[in-house]
Design a binder for this molecule. Structure first.
Ligand code: ADP
Length: 180
């Protein structure tokens, strides 16, 4: 039998505007499927993979090259669920499928307010969702047939998304002849 392309299963990217529910979905999916949850924000924080400070948004600027170096080995093996609010700087070859979470503006506004976002930061994130910025970025960065939009407004959406992605993972693993 041919060697599996990814010995530990597929690599999945879950992206979308902040607040759309990426980390909630990614963490639950990892639990349900035994794939590894890779939270880019936390990895950057743990390794201090930053290259400066963004005055406008009052947050550190990610050192994208160092993030890629840090993850190269684990991504090559496969079996990862990556969560990040951007997608264009990752190597295209890393991902077998990309999910872009979408949330209605009123729902997102409330979630971001609850998170303590105000003023320009809040408005910019809402605009990002209105203009489907991340969806366009994903379609520009990966083959369009591996990019899927998923609604993420309520608990039923979360359950649906978990079901659909788990079924896809199972099918992928079977098609590769199982895990190594
Ligand atoms: P992100 O990782 O995209 O920034 P989070 O996963 O932190 O988003 O979710 C933002 C907030 O929305 C959290 O309070 C989370 O509990 C809630 N949330 C996430 N997904 C859903 C959903 N499908 N239905 C209702 N609330 C959700």
């Amino acid at each position: 039998m041919a060697l599996a392309k990814r010995p530990h299963g597929p690599n999945i990217l879950i992206t979308g505007t902040p607040g759309t529910g990426k980390s909630t979905l990614a963490a639950e999916l990892a639990q349900k499927t035994n794939l590894k949850y890779v939270n880019i924000g936390e990895i950057a924080k743990d390794g201090q993979l930053y290259e400066g400070w963004d005055e406008q948004y009052q947050c550190p600027i990610l050192d994208e090259d160092r993030v890629i170096d840090e993850l190269e080995e684990v991504m090559s093996a496969g079996g990862n669920i990556v969560d990040y609010h951007g997608c264009e700087f990752f190597p295209e070859r890393w991902f077998d499928i990309v999910f872009v979470l979408r949330t209605d503006n009123t729902v997102l506004y409330e979630r971001l307010e609850n998170r303590g976002y105000t003023g320009k930061k809040l408005e910019d994130n809402i605009q990002c969702e209105i203009f489907q910025t991340i969806l366009d970025e994903a379609r520009d960065s990966y083959k369009v047939d591996i990019v899927h939009e998923l609604p993420s407004n309520n608990p039923e959406d979360l359950e649906d998304n978990l079901e659909k992605i788990s079924a896809w993972i199972q099918q992928y693993i079977t098609s590769q002849g199982g895990l190594v």
